[in-house]
Design a protein around this ligand. Structure first.
Ligand code: ATP
Length: 553
């Protein structure tokens, strides 16, 4: 894991980190005072308390209370700071993902990204808060304990550094295996989540094809492999901290035994007790640091995955480019294009659509009709040729301005589980009642929306499942019409309508579409009647170009 990238992300939380560091130093100093005070109290007891122990006892109690309070404060502050840092990291990841090219989304799994930005990040969160809360104070306490051991009895204390390599080897061996298993377990969990997501989306298909048992069996397989890997990894994690703590305790016993033999007989009982307590104190940070090392190995995988996403290149055209709204002259000039690793879809494709023309594009399935729109919107870039809007290459537009000026009603309406109003106003949350009414009317949606139980405020379920296919399509139409863009694209948008509704829609649209450039991808006769011009595509080329119904009327 790149520690530098973690530190860079921690930079905005400097103030909180500083407060945590100060409290941590205080906490370590208090912790280190305890063996000293306890040693002198115990020494006093053994020597028959010739001196007054009251102050030492009071200080010991105060030190214990202060140490507890500081530990609590550091834990809470660390959890708050790491929580903030992670919320920012998650948001950064999602923001970045939204700006990645469509090609990235088509080749990657949404489930993987979902798992890394949601539950996987918990590893990172636990590591960060544990590191901030524990690591510095444990390191300081360990260093302080070693120094004080040397101060009390250097000859015996010399034994302490000799055991360090043993810890190092144990940590490396277990840590490596832990990282490997951790990675495999996380991948298995990501697959499981992804599969669950797909399975939930497929419930209607699963039911209609009576595939329930098979789907459950496949899920159970994924769940079992995830369980096994997580168990192995949990066993190893459970081993790491306590094993290292045990090694440290054994080493402390050795030091104590050695102290009994080699300690200067002139030492007071108080010094002897303090020495033994410091040796025992040393075991605590060693165990805790080993545990942190395990978390570090684990969190590293998550950070690497997040970093991999964050290093994917954003699509160009967000930061700069033409933002003026075009009027709608479209030219495809000798455009060729192939999806990565696929045969060419468009070959030397040329088409000029003057502003205000309604053009219908027809052609067999897979002829490349929708691909034309993806290229116009800059979801993909042509391999050769040029696409221009008002004489300017579409690549020279700021991508959001470009896309806002082209309203698309897709084949499959992308609706979400909000109200009808929220779905229609998706691109324009502040749209007024009049604009909304007009869009509903043009999309022939007023009647059915009014008849819904709560009208515009009716919630339509995931992907709009509580509506009919035609109703969903009308919502999508209303959404595109609401924006009133200069270019409109209907990609088989009327396919869900019955012929009567399609006729009515076409009639209504005649006026509404006037003056706009409209691309209708359709085979429907009524829609064809709406066009000034009908072209037919075959194998990525125009094979026919003739006047449409509108031209004749
Ligand atoms: N994201 C993609 N990655 C790879 N190949 C794709 C992708 N999208 C479409 N294709 C392929 O490109 C070709 C053209 O697809 P396109 O969707 O443009 O056809 P279409 O004319 O709109 O078809 P339809 O009438 O069926 O909607 C098809 O062979 C399709 O398999």
């Amino acid at each position: 894991m790149k520690l530098r990238s973690l530190l860079r992300r921690a930079a905005p939380y400097r103030g909180q980190l500083l407060a945590i560091s100060l409290l941590t130093v205080l906490s370590s100093v208090t912790t280190l005072a305890i063996p000293w005070l306890a040693g002198s109290v115990l020494g006093g007891v053994v020597e028959g308390a010739t001196t007054d122990q009251t102050w030492a006892i009071v200080l010991l109690v105060v030190a214990l209370v202060v140490m507890t309070a500081l530990t609590i404060a550091v834990s809470i502050l660390s959890a708050a700071a790491s929580g903030r840092a992670l919320a920012a990291l998650r948001t950064e990841a999602i923001e970045h993902v939204q700006r990645l090219p469509m090609g990235y989304h088509h080749r990657s799994h949404a489930g993987d990204l979902l798992s890394v930005t949601t539950w996987e990040v918990v590893n990172l969160s636990e590591f960060l808060s544990a590191t901030m809360a524990k690591a510095p104070s444990q390191v300081l306490t360990a260093i302080g304990a070693v120094i004080l051991l040397f101060a009390i009895e250097p000859r015996v204390a010399l034994f302490v550094p000799l055991v360090v390599p043993v810890f190092y080897i144990a940590l490396r061996l277990i840590g490596r295996r832990l990282r490997l298993l951790g990675g495999q377990a996380r991948d298995a969990d990501a697959t499981l989540i992804s599969f669950a997501e797909t399975q939930l989306e497929l419930v209607p298909a699963t039911k209609s094809f009576a595939m329930e048992e098979q789907m459950v069996a496949r899920f159970a397989q994924h769940a079992e492999s995830s369980r096994q890997l997580n168990l192995q990894q949990a066993r190893l994690s459970a081993l790491l901290g306590p094993l290292i703590a045990l090694l440290a305790a054994l080493a402390a016993i050795a030091v104590i035994l050695l102290a009994g033999v080699a300690m200067d007989p002139q030492r007071s009982p108080a010094e002897l007790f303090s020495f033994l307590l410091y040796a025992a104190l040393l075991t605590r940070p060693v165990g805790a640091l080993a545990d942190l090392y395990g978390r570090y190995r684990f969190a590293g995988g998550t950070l690497e995955k997040l970093e991999a996403v964050l290093h994917e290149e954003e699509e160009p055209g967000y930061a700069s480019g033409e933002t003026a709204i075009p009027r709608g002259d479209i030219v495809f000039d000798a455009v060729s294009f192939a999806y990565p690793g696929r045969p060419e879809v468009l070959t030397d494709f040329s088409l000029t659509i003057p502003r205000g023309q309604v053009i219908a594009i027809t052609g067999e399935n897979g002829a490349g009709k929708s691909t034309l729109i993806s290229l116009l919107l800059q979801f993909y870039r042509p391999d050769a040729g040029r696409i221009a809007l008002d004489g300017r290459d579409v690549a020279s537009f700021q991508v959001q301005a470009l896309r806002q000026s082209v309203g698309v009603v897709p084949q499959r309406a992308l609706l979400f589980a909000g109200s009808v109003r929220e779905n229609i106003c998706f691109g324009h949350p502040d749209a007024g009642a009049k604009v909304l009414e007009r869009a509903l009317r043009l999309a022939q949606a007023t009647d059915f929306v009014t008849a819904l139980p709560q009208g515009l405020d009716t919630r339509i379920g995931d992907h709009g499942v509580r509506l009919s296919g035609g109703q969903r399509q009308r919502i999508a139409l209303a959404r595109a019409l609401l924006a009133d863009p200069p270019v409109l694209v209907f990609d088989e948008a009327t396919a869900m309508f019955d012929s009567e509704a399609e006729q009515a829609f076409v009639q209504q649209c005649r006026d509404a579409l006037a003056g706009r450039t409209v691309i209708l991808i359709t085979h429907r006769p009524a829609s064809l009647a709406l066009a000034h011009r009908i072209i037919r595509m075959e194998h990525g080329r125009v094979v026919d170009d003739r006047p449409g119904g509108q031209a004749r009327s």
